[in-house]
Every structure is written in C-alpha cells, then in structure tokens.
Design a protein around this ligand. Sequence first.
Ligand code: IMP
Ligand code: MG
Length: 177
Amino acid sequence: MDKKIEDLKMLFDEEAVKKRTKELAAQINESFGQVEDLTVICVLKGSSIFCCDLIKQLKMPVQLEFIKVSSYGNAQVSSGHVKALDLTLPALKDKNVLVVEDIIDTGCTLKFLIDLIQNTHHPKACKIVTFLNKKIARTACIEPDFYGFEVDDKFVVGYGLDYEGYFRNLPYIGYFE
Ligand code: IMP
Ligand code: MG
C-alpha cells in the first residue's frame, strides 16, 4: 500500500462527523415519523461505520440488513461497473426502506441498487442517505434524499471509506493530494 497516514489532509474532523451524523438521524426521524418501522439497508463495506452510528440515533423500530457490492476494485476512479457480491434481502413489500451509503460518486452503484430494490421488492417507500455526496462526478440519474457533506472531486478516506482496504477505521474524513 503506497499511502501514508501522515500524508492525509483533514477534511471533516471527528467532531464534525459526529455532529452531522446526529443531524442526519434527526432529519430521518422527522421524515419517516416515529411510529412507522424502517428497514435499513447498509451497503458494505463502505457504509458500515456511518450506518452503525446513524441507526443508534433512530427512534422508530429498525430492522438492519446488509448487502455487499464492489464498484471500484482498488482504483481511485469509479469503474462504472457494479459487482454484486451479496444482494440477499428479506421481503420488503410495503416496507419503509432506507438505503445507507458512504459516498455517491458517479451514482452507478446506487442507481443499480435502487432499481433492483424498487423493481423486485416493491417497498412502500425507499429513501437514500449518504454521508458524502460527490455531486460533480455524477453520471447516473440519482440523488440522495439526505446527505451529510458535499465533497469535490477528491479521493477521500476514513469513516468507512477506504483506499485499498485501508483507512476505514479513521473516525474522521481525510484526503490525499
Ligand atoms: P459510484 O458507483 O461511482 O457512485 O461509487 C460509489 C462507491 O465508490 C462508494 O460506495 C465507495 O465505496 C466508492 N468511492 C467513491 N468515491 C470514493 C472516494 O473518494 N473514496 C473512497 N471510496 C470511494
Ligand atoms: Mg469502497
């Protein structure tokens, strides 16, 4: 692995990350309402850390599901191809669904997942939350319902996001120049 943690520049520190996650949870609580139940779909591996922090602050009854996709390999640019590694989900018909992503870049991954969920599972509602939104890189026609921060075309790591599998454990978001 050719990147050193000393070369990482801070983008959003731990306090900012915590504060924004809390704000997003409040928005989601408000949007879905407190009485309805929610199926949260965590997209592995990147959204694992954000998702776990987020759901601890949700007030409705939550069921947590995991799916696993890979779109990047180890490159720093999106391949545009989505590799489905595990898309096993329970019946979601008439359920409220929240798909949790770490970052939306081209949007290819999310477009693929949302089409699949809508067309094969027919949920009552399906919303998207992503911690980071790289709007500038969007090629697929998809936007999140909630997002934490907008980022420009930087390669970012931390809080679940990786470079060659590393740096997911950092409690902040940083980037390499
Ligand atoms: P998309 O399909 O191009 O929107 O890419 C989405 C996936 O690529 C995300 O779920 C991330 O796993 C990964 N990704 C995109 N940008 C970055 C980045 O800056 N750092 C780390 N991973 C990224
Ligand atoms: Mg990734």
